[in-house]
Write a protein that binds this ligand. Structure first.
Ligand code: SF4
Ligand code: SF4
Length: 145
């Protein structure tokens, strides 16, 4: 199917195809005002990836930089947190604060969770009874290589 770049912001008819590729073209009253075969806004599955990477180049670069920086900050934070826990345990300090942050020591503990995979396997009826379905927005998973 040939798609239209101009449809990216949404269309009145709800379709994303090029009007020339639409079965309602002949009868549609809101069709493209300047339909042409070699249109600069037309794209297909074959060139969609290259086009998207070109059009969203700045966004892709920005989110890549942010993701890498975030990962570096999180790694550094994890390391510093671990060192701080060691220091607080060493000095027996439970809590303190500076101008901007309050630190509170949390002692090691255990956490109990339900093994949902095992529950579904052993007691599928119970798992189904206590399961609920909710809508999840589209998102993108980004993995730092
Ligand atoms: S011809 Fe009409 S219905 Fe079909 S894609 Fe174009 S505007 Fe939408
Ligand atoms: S001819 Fe071009 S502008 Fe018109 S619907 Fe098709 S791709 Fe979009």
């Amino acid at each position: 199917m040939i798609k239209c770049k101009q449809a990216i912001e949404g269309t009145e008819c709800g379709r994303t195809c090029c009007c020339l590729d639409c079965e309602q073209f002949d009868t549609c009253k809101i069709k493209c005002s300047d339909p042409k075969e070699a249109c600069e806004y037309a794209f297909s599955e074959e060139n969609a990836l290259a086009l998207m990477q070109s059009d969203a180049k700045e966004i892709i670069n920005a989110i890549s930089d942010l993701t890498v920086a975030k990962k570096q900050i999180e790694d550094r934070e994890k390391e510093m947190r671990s060192k701080l826990v060691e220091a607080m345990e060493h000095y027996g300090v439970k809590s303190f604060e500076n101008e901007v942050v309050k630190f509170t020591y949390i002692a090691p503990t255990t956490r109990t969770t339900i093994d949902s995979a095992k529950l579904k396997k052993d007691l599928p009826d119970v798992a189904a009874k206590y399961s609920k379905t909710s809508a999840v927005s589209a998102s993108v998973k980004i993995t730092v290589k």
